[in-house]
Each structure stands twice: as C-alpha cells, then as structure tokens.
Design a protein around this ligand. Structure first.
Ligand SMILES: C[S@@+](CC[C@H](N)C(=O)[O-])C[C@H]1O[C@@H](n2cnc3c(N)ncnc32)[C@H](O)[C@@H]1O
Length: 246
C-alpha cells in the first residue's frame, strides 16, 4: 500500500492531520483574522480541514489548497462538496515547495514544514506568498522535554531536529513575525489524534473488503505507530500552532 493512501485512511476519524481539536482549530482560525472577502492558501492542506473550517466561519473567503497527495486531495474535494464549499476552494496537486499562486491575505501551513526543509526555511518561504499586511497560521512540532532515546528512535529524529518552545519562538522572531495568538497542543489532543490515527487504520483493515496483503500491512503500520507513540514519544513531542502577523 502506498504511504499516502495509508495516511489518508489513518486520518478518517481525525481529518485535521495535527494534534489540534476542532474547537481549538476554530479559535485559531478566528484569531487569524482573515479579511471577510480575503484569499487564503493552505500549503500542505491534507484533507482540507483548516480551509473548510475557515470557509464555514467566513463564507466570503476564497481558498486554495495545495498538496502532493492525491488521496488527500480526493478526500478534500469530497468533503468540500459535502459541506457546500466546492465552488469556493481550488485544490492544487503540486509540490508546495516550488508552487506559486500569487499573493494571499493569509497563508495556512500546519504540520508541513518538512515540505520546505524545516522550521527556518518554512518561515522564510511562507512570507513569499503574503500580500503586504498578510497573516500566517503556522503549526509545527517542538520538543516538550529533551527527547529520550526511545522517542528519538520512534521518530527517527535527534534532539536538534525540533526546537523547544523557546527556540521555536526565537526563530519566529528572527523572521520578523509578531505572534498574534497561539496554542500548545495538550496531551489530551495528542491522545485523541494518535488513537484516531491508529484506530481508523485498524478499523479499515478489519472492516474493509480489501486484499489480505493490504489488511496485514495496514494492521502492522497501526501497531508499529501505536508502539512508537506510547512507548516512545508520548508526552515528549509537542506541537505549537501560532498566528503570525507581519
Ligand atoms: C501532517 S500533514 C498536514 C495536513 C494539513 N495541513 C492538516 O493539518 O490537516 C502534511 C501534509 O503535507 C503534504 N505534503 C508532503 N509533501 C508535500 C509537498 N512537497 N508539497 C505539498 N504537500 C506536501 C502531505 O501530503 C500531507 O497532506
């Protein structure tokens, strides 16, 4: 099975592909303060949940979602149609690192800093998509505590691969953004996200009429993800989502 398909199935129960609850996502989107008739782009949009939630609150906004995963974009398109937002969002299948669509009033980029080569490169890249005075909603991983060897093994990441919260805020300041609002994911949000990830995949493997090879593969991915999380990085990997003003 293709990893993009596995990821898409794993996000069935928690389509925001980050440890942020729907209610905290709505608060962050309100604090983003996009103009009522503004243009917004979501780089690495996944199944489009951030854009769909924003357009639900602000029906005059026009959205563009960019992602490299065909299964994620197919899900986004279906969800947008079901929620009556199909005509107001353009879905683009492209590498967000090289794609350019002009200037936007707001840029959303959550859980996708790997696309641009890490935190510093992402903070620089997002600015290039902004109109003067534009705003950013940016979410990325941080270390809540210095990572144990088990956490590093599970994530295949070293202590320097993510900053702590202070380091994250320093890099934001280095790029001349002002932090307008923020949210640090709680352990409850992490648990809901990770149980949903492994749970949706397990449910799919046991309930769908699929091949035996795909069923066994999906179950193994779910087991190994769950063990990496529970015995590895739970409580050590954090997630910060901030509204950045220019
Ligand atoms: C952790 S998910 C976050 C999805 C979404 N932002 C959310 O919070 O629900 C990361 C997303 O980045 C996408 N991605 C990975 N590489 C990409 C690239 N080069 N260009 C665009 N999207 C990419 C993945 O397909 C995936 O949907």
């Amino acid at each position: 099975m293709d990893r993009a398909l596995v990821s898409s199935i794993a996000h069935t129960w928690h389509p925001i592909a980050a440890p942020v609850s729907p209610s905290n996502a709505r608060t962050l989107l309100r604090r983003l303060g996009c103009p009522p008739d503004g243009d917004v782009v979501d780089l690495g949009c996944g199944q489009g949940e951030w854009l769909l939630a924003l357009l639900h609150e602000q029906p005059g906004v026009r959205g563009t979602g960019v992602d490299i995963s065909e299964p994620a974009l197919a899900g986004a398109q279906t969800n947008a149609g079901r929620r009556g937002a199909g005509g107001r969002i353009t879905w683009v299948h492209a590498d967000a690192a090289t794609w350019s669509g002009g200037g936007y009033d707001a840029v959303i980029c959550v859980g996708a800093s790997h696309v641009f080569g890490g935190l510093t490169a992402t903070l620089a890249a997002l600015r290039a998509h902004l109109r003067p005075g534009g705003r950013v909603l940016f979410g990325d991983a941080i270390w809540e505590t210095p990572p144990s060897p088990a956490a590093q093994r599970a994530l295949e990441a070293g202590p320097d691969d993510y900053p702590d919260l202070a380091g994250f805020l320093e890099r934001v300041a280095d790029h001349d953004y002002e932090v307008g609002y923020g949210h640090i994911s709680t352990l409850e949000e992490w648990d809901d996200y990770e149980w949903s990830w492994t749970g949706s995949l397990t449910e799919w493997a046991l309930a769908e009429n699929t091949t035996e090879a795909d069923r066994l593969y999906a179950l193994e991915v779910a087991r190994s993800h769950r063990s990496g999380w529970l015995a590895g990085y739970r409580g050590q990997l954090g997630f910060a989502t901030v509204v950045l003003r220019t």
